[in-house]
Design a protein around this ligand. Structure first.
Ligand code: THU
Length: 132
């Protein structure tokens, strides 16, 4: 699956977002190194703090399916925004847990323009396991 197809998948899955409180739909398409694509959407709750972002929905699904650290290739994130939609900081930390520094993050906007960054560029000086 190429970059454009992954972005298109994220745009399509965004339609399944459950966001009645923010009306802010987000779709994520997570590409695994074996070529599998795993979808994620934001799922909100009347107790707002129970909300889960699209990126984490996809990552947690991948883990539930048996994928491990190092199996993750790229993620496309789609919203209806004018600017490129970047993952929130909680999702960035979860991405760091499973993605290599060269994991690709495809930021898109409502027009499907794409900006590609590596995870290392998105999260410089990431908190990871440190030696004591
Ligand atoms: N949201 C995501 O799904 N991903 C992000 O990286 C940014 C925020 C969701 C959470 C909430 O449902 C809505 O967007 C507004 O913050």
């Amino acid at each position: 699956m190429n970059q454009q197809q992954l972005v298109e998948r994220a745009r399509q899955v965004k339609e399944n977002a459950y966001s009645p409180y923010s009306n802010f739909r987000v779709g994520a398409a997570l590409l695994m190194k074996d070529g599998t694509v795993i979808d994620g959407v934001n799922v909100e709750n009347v107790s707002f703090g129970a909300t889960n972002c699209a990126e984490r929905t996809a990552i947690f699904t991948a883990v539930a399916q048996g994928y491990k650290k190092g199996d993750f290739e790229a993620v496309a994130v789609s919203g209806d925004t004018v600017d490129f939609l970047p993952p929130c900081s909680i999702c960035r930390q979860v991405l760091v847990e499973f993605g290599d520094p060269d994991f690709k993050v495809l930021l898109t906007n409502g027009n499907a323009d794409v900006k590609e960054v590596t995870l290392e560029e998105l999260v410089p000086l990431a908190f990871t396991e440190l030696e004591m």
